[in-house]
Design a protein around this ligand. Structure first.
Ligand code: KMT
Ligand code: NI
Length: 172
């Protein structure tokens, strides 16, 4: 895992976009974003149990796994959105970036590779992209009825109750 302020430069979303200014895991925690390095799957089992996650699956995001829809998928993952439930991703292979909005509404880019696990809280604005290698395999953990529908940022999401709860929990 490496986190840094996004450089806001034009160019392919899959480039590093590294401003050179690093972001500490402790700042991510202030945003409610929790990171774990988990080389053992047993660590993931413990996190899942503690947070009442009962199911999991694996997704591969790559042109060979997705075929013609790959480019559209990558574009749609990169639309800024929130979810009404938390999002846990455990990277099994490849790499990718989760961008999350800071307290000041700036992008923090989080690079994740194999054995990295991230928990994004419900209500945080974020987006995802693969990197230049166009390949990531990730485990997705979910509860019985995951509310993963991406709600694209707009007037409605700004007044979403999960968004309000998120901001309140951050002390914003
Ligand atoms: C997401 O939430 O955008 C995804 O699930 C993308 C694939 S998982 C790395
Ligand atoms: Ni999401």
């Amino acid at each position: 895992m490496k986190a840094y302020w996004f450089d806001n430069q034009e160019g392919d979303q899959r480039l590093t976009h590294d401003s050179g200014r690093e972001v500490e895991a402790s700042y991510l925690a202030k945003l409610g974003v929790l990171y774990h390095h988990a080389p053992e799957v047993s660590t993931v089992d413990t996190i899942a149990k503690d947070r009442s996650y009962k199911n999991r699956d694996e997704i591969t995001v790559s042109p060979s796994a997705m075929g013609d829809i790959y480019e559209d998928k990558v574009k749609s993952f990169f639309h800024e959105h929130l979810h009404e439930d938390e999002e846990i991703r455990y990277i099994r292979d490849g790499a990718g970036y989760f961008d999350v909005r800071s307290e000041g509404d700036e992008w923090v880019r989080i690079r994740l590779e194999k054995d990295d696990l991230i928990i994004l809280p419900a209500g945080i604005y974020h987006r995802f992209t693969t990197d230049e290698n166009n390949y990531i395999k990730a485990m997705r953990l979910f509860k019985d009825e995951p509310k993963w529908t991406p709600l694209n940022r707009g007037p409605d999401t700004d007044v979403n109750s999960h968004r309000a709860e998120y901001l309140q929990s951050r002390g914003a």
